[in-house]
Structure formats: C-alpha cells, structure tokens
Design a protein around this ligand. Structure first.
Ligand SMILES: O=C(O)CCC(=O)C(=O)O
Length: 386
C-alpha cells in the first residue's frame, strides 16, 4: 500500500551522514520513553492511568492499532481520489484531467503548496511567526514538479473516511479524558509527505492565545490526534521534544543555534505503523523534516480543546478570521463531531457509537446525509483556532 507514484532517490546532500545518524539516535531515544501501546480503559471506563501519566509526562503518546485494515483502505481510497482531483497547479481551477479541481470553489483556506522538500513556514511571519527557523531544504530530483500540496485544511469535507475517523468512539473517549466531556473541536487537516517531495514543517509550538494567561497550564492549548495511514518513520514523521509542553513559550531560535543545526538533540520521532494514532500536545515543541526517504506519510490530523480554553476567547487568527468564540460558534462547529459519529455508525454499525455529552444534554442529533455533505462545505471557516 502507498500513495503510488515513483520518485527519484534524493538525500540531505552535505547533511546526509549527520541526518542518518540523528534519525537512528532519535529512534533509540523514542523507544525508551514508554509512551506507546493500545488504547486502554479501566473497568469503570476511565482512560488507563498509565496512559494519562505517560501523555502528560512526554506531551505525546502513540496509540497502537486503532484503525483496522478496512478503515485504512477507505482512507486510502479517499486519498487517491483527493490526489487525483488536486488542481493542475497552484490556483488552477481544473485538475490534470480537466475536471473542476478539489477545493477550487471553496471560500475557506484548504490547499497549502510548497516547493518539493521545501520549508514554506520556517523563518517567516506566517502564523504569528511561530516557526522562527527555516529547516534545511534538500534539493529535489530534476523530475519533481514545481510545487506539491503537502497540507489540506478543512479535510472532513473532502474525505468521508477522515470524517469517520473523527467520530471514532475510543479516540473521542480519549479526548473527553484529556479535555473533559465537553471538549470542543479545533481543526482538521491531512498532512501528505510524499517520498522525495514532502515539505518540512519547521519547529514550532502550536498555541497562540494563552501563553501569558494566568490560567496557563500544560494542557491549555489542547492536542492533535495524528492518525497514520501508512505509518511514519524517523525520516518522515513528526518529531517532538518530550516534556516541552510544560515549559511555556520556548526560544526555538536559541535552541537551534545551540544545537548548531535544526537537529535538536532532545527531540524524538513519532514512530508508527499503519492505523496507529498519536496524540500530541499542541504546546509541545514539534516539527517534521523534508521527506527524502522512500516512504509515504499521510496523517489524518484532528485536534480538540477544552471548552474553557475557547469559550469567550479571542481566536488567534491563524486558521481563519480572528473572532471571539461564543457558545453558538462552538455548537455550530461541533456539529462535525455529530456528523462524524453518525457517518461512522452507518459504515460500522456493529460498533458502539460515542455519545458526545454536549449534544446529548442539548437534545441535538445529527444525521450524515447528502444534505449534510453539501452543508459542511467551507465548515472550517469556523475552526476554533487558539
Ligand atoms: O504532520 C506534520 O508534519 C506537522 C504536524 C503539525 O505541526 C501539527 O499538527 O501541528
């Protein structure tokens, strides 16, 4: 299984030997952390305390074997459809086959492009300048396209399989355990790291709004789930500095200067098999390198917040227009949780569906249908971006 397409071999050029040594060393340090295993609950239904402890200690945890083969096949089918329907080039209204391109009629932001193996954010002012240092940009093969799509926002409108992952009962139970049963959405994305082409995501911490708040704590900016279609390796996966979610705002430029390169010595890779799902604290210092490896990495990424972190809060303006998030907006955005649960129920009827407390308490029910599919176009204009 992979995203198809053969690419010419590339590497880190003058940095290759140092990079390979760093990848191997990172794998060893990651294996020693004790922050991986299946999702486990206690007999009374609580997330197992060992998982809770390891998540808060490390700032991330890798749940093994969450998505099974049938679900992965659904996601892969959607991925191929998405790749097939991408605009022929940035801004083009048509795909390579002359059909209306994916997202071409959207208002909300959706496709992010980069030169192959580039780092589009590092060292720029994008997202309040949260990616201060540019990553090394290896040279792509001569046959690579001018630009690739490496990130798709508002992804639940483009992939029903991703919407069904969003309604996964055990993952939503984890969200409730970490953020409280009234947890709220953040945003959703597909990260596509094609071998020989996939871009870097420069070192950053995600939160934008609560760093100086008197209520700041290690969980105030929520977390992202990162579900892996093909798994991820040291070469193509997200790297995290364990425990960095506890440190407040980190001076990333100084860390890189001290290290002498962007190979931060304390960082470790998230290593995953197909169907594994990482949970990563958004305050953790994290990033990923240009994918010069031979393997695809496709992440179904979706985040959740504590309700008190978003209610009445002025959003950061990173994923959409800045606004104060009131209860109506949260309810409106959380309809995607309802649709995700119902879409999943229709596909996997034998599974026990998750009951999302805010919907149950308000008597709200959501039915995934053709009307709902049309209705969620541009839903990410309401992302809750803190
Ligand atoms: O998947 C990646 O490479 C980066 C993910 C990331 O930075 C995020 O989810 O905040």
């Amino acid at each position: 299984m992979d995203g198809s397409r053969q690419t010419s071999a590339v590497d880190y050029g003058p940095e290759e030997a140092a990079m390979q040594a760093y990848l191997r060393d990172g794998e060893r340090r990651a294996a020693a952390l004790g922050n991986r295993g299946p999702i486990r609950f206690t007999p009374s239904g609580e997330l197992h305390p060992d998982i809770v402890e390891a998540y808060w200690r490390c700032g991330f945890y890798i749940f093994e074997g969450v998505l099974k083969a049938d679900e992965l096949a659904d996601i892969e089918r959607d991925l191929h459809d998405i790749l097939d329907r991408l605009p022929a080039e940035r801004g083009a209204p048509l795909d390579a086959k002359g059909r209306p391109a994916l997202g071409a009629d959207s208002t909300a932001p959706n496709l992010l492009w980069s030169k192959p193996l580039g780092d589009p954010f590092g060292g720029t002012k994008f997202a309040n300048g949260r990616h201060p240092v540019k990553m090394f940009e290896p040279t792509a093969a001569a046959d690579a396209p001018k630009e690739v799509v490496y990130l798709i926002l508002g992804s639940l409108q483009f992939s029903e399989a991703a919407l069904r992952v969003y309604g996964h009962p055990e993952l939503l139970a984890v969200a409730a355990a970490i953020n409280g049963p009234d947890f709220t959405p953040f945003n959703e994305a597909l990260f596509i790291k094609e071998p020989g082409r996939g871009a870097s995501v420069a070192w950053h911490q995600d939160g934008t709004t609560h760093w100086d708040s008197p209520e700041w704590d290690q969980g105030v900016h929520g977390f992202n789930f990162m579900a892996q279609l093909y798994g991820c390796t040291a070469a193509n996966g997200v790297w995290v500095v364990p425990g960095s979610h506890k440190l407040g705002k980190i001076d990333i430029a100084s860390l890189v200067a001290e290290a002498g390169s962007e190979r931060l010595p304390d960082a470790v890779p998230t290593i995953a098999k197909p169907g594994d799902v990482a949970i990563t604290n958004r305050q953790a210092l994290h990033g990923s390198f240009a994918n010069t490896g031979r393997d695809w990495r496709v992440t179904v990424n979706f985040g959740f917040h504590r309700r008190q972190s978003v209610l009445g809060v002025q959003g950061g303006g990173v994923h959409n227009a800045a606004a104060v998030y009131d209860a109506d907006r949260i309810r409106e955005r959380a309809r995607l949780i309802g649709y995700g649960i119902d879409a999943r129920r229709q596909r996997f009827p034998a599974e026990t569906s998750y009951v999302y407390k805010p919907h149950a308490e308000a008597g709200l029910s959501y039915r995934w249908s053709d009307e709902a599919r049309a209705e969620i176009k541009d839903y990410n204009l309401l992302d809750l971006s803190i």
